[in-house]
Design a protein around this ligand. Sequence first.
Ligand SMILES: [Zn+2]
Length: 226
Amino acid sequence: MRIRFGLMGFMMVGHLGAFDLVLDVGHTPKQSGAMSATCTQEYQYNRTLATHVDRYVRQHSGINVVLNSSQARPEISFRDRYASSYGKDLFLSLHHDSVQKQYLHFDVNGCPSSTHGLGFSLFVSRKNPYFSASLAYAQKIGVQLIAQGLHPSTHHSEPIAGENRELADAALGIYLFDDLKVLKFAKSPAVLLESGVIVNPWEEQVVRTEAYQDKIAKAIASVENP
Ligand SMILES: [Zn+2]
C-alpha cells in the first residue's frame, strides 16, 4: 500500500510494494440495483464487469486486486464493504446506471427503457477521509476512459429530484455525492463508477461486449501509475 504520514506538519507519500485495489461489486443478487432495458439485473452486469476487470488487472498490471464479493458469498453487507477497504490504496465500486422514473418507458414485459442517459459517471464524496486522493484517482480513470473513446454522462447534474449532483469535473464525468454510503464510510480513497446506462437500449448492448469491458479495465489498470 501507499503510506501516508505526517512529520512536523510535513506530508510525505511513500510507496511500499504493490498498489492495493478493492473491486467492489455493486449491489447483491437480492438487492440487485437497476433493471436494464432487457430486464437484466444491474448486479449481473456489475458482477461480470468486476470479474473481467479483476482478470485484466491481474494479467496486465502490478496491482494487488481483491474482488470483495465472491460467488460463494454474494450477499455482502455494507459493513463488510467498508471493512474491505481498510489499508487499501483505492476502493472502487462498480455499477451500471439508470435514469429518473419520469424518463422511463416500459415495454409489454415491463422492461424499462430511456434514451435520456448515456455514458459513464464517476462519483466521489467530500466526506471520505481521503477526498483529494479519491478525486485524483477519479480524474485518472476519467482521463483514461475518454482516451479509450468513452463519453462522460451529464444527466446526474440536471436540477431535478434524485439528481442535482454537483460536477467536480464536467469534462471527466466526475460528480460529488457526499453521502453515498460506500464512499463516505470507506476507510481508503474511494470512487464509484457507473460504467454505462443500462436502461438505454443501445448502451446496454455496448456494455455487454468484451471490447467495452476491456476499455474499462485498461482505464482502471492506470491507477497504479503516479
Ligand atoms: Zn448501482
